[in-house]
Design a protein around this ligand. Structure first.
Ligand code: F0G
Length: 434
């Protein structure tokens, strides 16, 4: 029995061939998921095989996505897979961040160590593999910056034409630079992420371009391996909590699916709880969890300096809702000040990350203060993007010039001001001694 696409909606559950280039259920419009028959090997056998592949020099085995290919078996052949050796990102203990977050211990799973500097690479290698299998010549995405950087790289590596749509003036230069350098046709549109996504979906259909946003279910499959790899690195001991930032909510959908599948197959005996953290100015999922009876309402003008998660109408909210509920999880929101301070603390651990990623630590601090997460809990926070993605934010924070989108000053509690000195050994010595 081959893998299939299945409608996520309980009332529909229609099934479609894995080779249909569709992003929503043609019957009811629901989101699609990839469905697989159970693997032939037992969890114990797969755990052993995956461990052995770590010592292999074969490109597929060196990828932290394709090493776990039995968890994402949607291809018939791996001949045309393009890997930039994504994944195998480290688990980093961070004692100062733990203290700041009100925890005894905290570990970061740092997806910023990926080839293009974010977790998007885990999903993109799968999305591009599917594009190649379908014979697509062009791939496109709208992005707050990381998806476009990743898609640009994988499209070029695969010999596909990449077209990226970005909200003009609203992504960091680091990310824009990546799309340009990797050779994607880069369209800066004067609209926000949500508006451009609607536009790109129409264009993709009209022009026969394959869409690689996280509405694409194969992206979600690749991002599942972040969880598989994290559990492998922890010798299959699940943490109590997995904390992640929420924007378009693709990662929340992916992590939840991975946990359900691993639990269902017997890889882990219990489910960790998901804690999804949103920025206050772009928190429609938080609002939904607070008052589910009101239903989902998009935020029409999302605002946050954490531009990666500046999204008001997240596509994957129905999946994310199910996954948070299934895991007994929570959703929290954090302010610009809280994100900025948490980010500086993560930097001081020698680890660093981009603003959206720091929402995790800011959220942990709130969730321990409210007693939702206990100090002794075993917590893994996923840092989604590399520190160098947004150097402008960092410079402004450390020089006391960072302002919230509404113009309010952000207090640089952990500022590390650069110092200008003359070319004079005595003056420099005096400065260093004083
Ligand atoms: N963190 C970073 C660094 C991101 O780039 C994103 C999303 C998120 C968190 C949120 O993840 O959407 O799965 O909830 N960036 C997308 C992009 C939207 O276009 O690069 P999500």
């Amino acid at each position: 029995m081959p893998a299939e696409l299945i409608c996520f909606e309980e009332r529909c559950r229609a099934r479609f061939p894995i080779t249909d280039a569709i992003y929503n259920c043609p019957h009811c419009g629901g989101l699609l998921e990839v469905w697989y028959p159970p693997p032939a090997a037992t969890p114990a056998e797969l755990k052993r095989i995956w461990r052995e592949r770590r010592t292999s020099n074969a490109p597929l085995d060196q990828s932290g996505v394709w090493r776990y290919r039995e968890m994402v078996p949607f291809l018939e052949s791996y001949d045309r897979v393009v890997t930039l050796r994504e994944g195998h990102t480290p688990l980093l203990p961070a004692p100062p961040a733990a203290t700041y977050g009100g925890l005894d211990a905290l570990t970061f799973k740092h997806q910023g160590f990926n080839p293009t500097g974010s977790f998007k690479d885990n999903g993109m290698t799968c999305g591009v593999a599917q594009a190649l299998r379908l014979g697509m010549a062009r791939v496109a995405c709208v992005s707050t910056g990381n998806t476009s950087a990743s898609m640009a790289a994988y499209a070029s590596a695969a010999g596909l034409a990449g077209i990226v749509f970005i909200p003009h003036g609203n992504i960091s230069y680091g990310k824009l630079a990546q799309a340009l350098e990797y050779g994607a046709k880069t369209l800066q549109v004067e609209a926000n992420f949500d508006q451009i996504l609607a536009l790109v979906r129409t264009l993709a259909e009209r022009l026969g371009i394959y869409l690689l946003n996280s509405i694409n279910p194969f992206r979600i499959e690749g991002q599942k391996t972040i969880i598989v790899e994290m559990l492998d690195q922890r010798d299959w001991n699940p943490p109590d909590w997995i904390v992640l930032p929420g924007g378009n909510l693709g990662n929340t959908a992916a992590f939840g699916k991975a946990l359900r599948e691993l639990h269902g197959l017997g890889f882990i005996a219990r489910m960790p709880r998901l804690a999804v953290i949103q920025a206050e100015g772009a928190a429609p999922f938080y609002d939904l969890m607070l008052a589910p009876a009101r239903g989902f309402h998009a935020v029409s003008h999302p605002e946050t300096l954490a531009t990666a998660i500046k999204i008001g109408d997240p596509v994957s909210w129905p999946k994310a809702l199910r996954e948070v509920a299934c895991s007994g999880g929570v959703v929290e929101k954090v302010s610009e000040q809280e994100i900025a301070d948490a980010k500086a603390v993560i930097g001081r651990c020698g680890i660093g990350c981009e603003p959206a990623s720091a929402a995790t630590l800011a959220g942990i601090r709130k969730l321990t203060a409210s007693g939702t997460i206990s100090a002794s809990a075993d917590v893994v926070a996923v840092l989604t993007g590399n520190l160098l993605k947004d150097p402008d934010y960092i410079y402004r924070y450390h020089t006391g010039k960072l302002e919230a989108p509404d113009g309010a000053a952000i207090h640089s509690r952990f500022a590390n001001q650069p110092v200008v000195l003359p070319n004079d050994a005595d003056r420099i010595a005096a400065f260093l001694q004083g």
